[in-house]
Design a protein around this ligand. Structure first.
Ligand SMILES: [Zn+2]
Ligand SMILES: [Zn+2]
Length: 239
């Protein structure tokens, strides 16, 4: 309801991705051309069967999954972390256009519905952002996406059980090993009974190295979760 009011009060007169003029809002935040491009990218690239990273050649497992298989059951994204997917997440995250989460969540639900390995799902948990980022941005974009997925699938979302307890410095400058060390003990489970024997859907905006997702999965399974599967808006490339 609030979305409709917001659309009326603040209509968007350009596509949030390519800036093409038109009338846009929470149901159609971008133009048909951009949507078409997203659809083509979605079906044209092979992915790692386990973590969902986009592979240059052929299907199968990416190098990371071959060397150290992730503990999660399956991970998939709507599309590769390239334009226009990359722009969409940046507009949501950095420009604070929260209404984008509606369409993005809808497209994530489509991926879930088309992949039997995700099911059953008992509970939806967004990857928490650091308290510093939350304070700076005012919202957790991943929680907005998870809320949309929860609403559409009618499966409860839990934002209090998996928490980020350690302020981690920017991951970008670190090597893979440093990154994993940096994340160790960054997450904590508040009430184990909430996830005990549950089939958990973990939600994140972008899957890049997978270190964060791997660490969250480890913590959730150690606390008694039955199974973890992962959905993200976009995923990077693997080898
Ligand atoms: Zn466009
Ligand atoms: Zn993989």
């Amino acid at each position: 309801m609030l979305d409709i009011i917001m659309d009326i009060l603040f209509p968007q007169n350009v596509c949030c991705i390519c800036r093409e003029p038109g009338r846009f809002g929470s149901r159609h935040p971008w133009c048909e051309h951009c949507q078409g491009e997203m659809n083509i990218m979605q079906s044209s690239l092979p992915v790692c069967t386990h973590c969902g990273k986009y592979l240059e050649t052929g299907a199968g497992l990416c190098k990371d999954c071959q060397q150290m298989p992730p503990q999660f059951n399956i991970a998939r994204a709507v599309g590769p972390y390239e334009e226009p997917y990359r722009i969409a997440v940046k507009v949501l995250k950095f420009l604070g256009r929260k209404y984008l989460a509606q369409k993005m969540g809808e497209m994530m639900v489509e991926v879930l519905k088309n992949e039997p390995d995700f099911w059953p799902i008992d509970i939806i948990i967004p990857v928490p952002i650091s308290p510093g980022n939350l304070k700076q941005r005012g919202f957790n974009q991943t929680e907005l996406l998870a809320a949309q997925i929860s609403r559409k699938l009618r499966i409860p979302m839990d934002i209090n059980t998996l928490t980020r307890i350690k302020e981690t410095p920017s991951q970008r400058e670190l090597t893979k090993e440093e990154r994993e060390k940096n994340l160790l003990c960054a997450f904590e489970i508040k009430e184990k009974r909430k996830i005990y024997r549950k089939n958990i859907l973990l939600v994140d905006d972008v899957y890049t190295t997978g270190s964060t997702i791997r660490e969250c999965t480890r913590v959730l399974l150690e606390a008694g979760g039955n199974r973890v599967s992962v959905i993200t808006w976009a995923t990077g490339k693997g080898f």
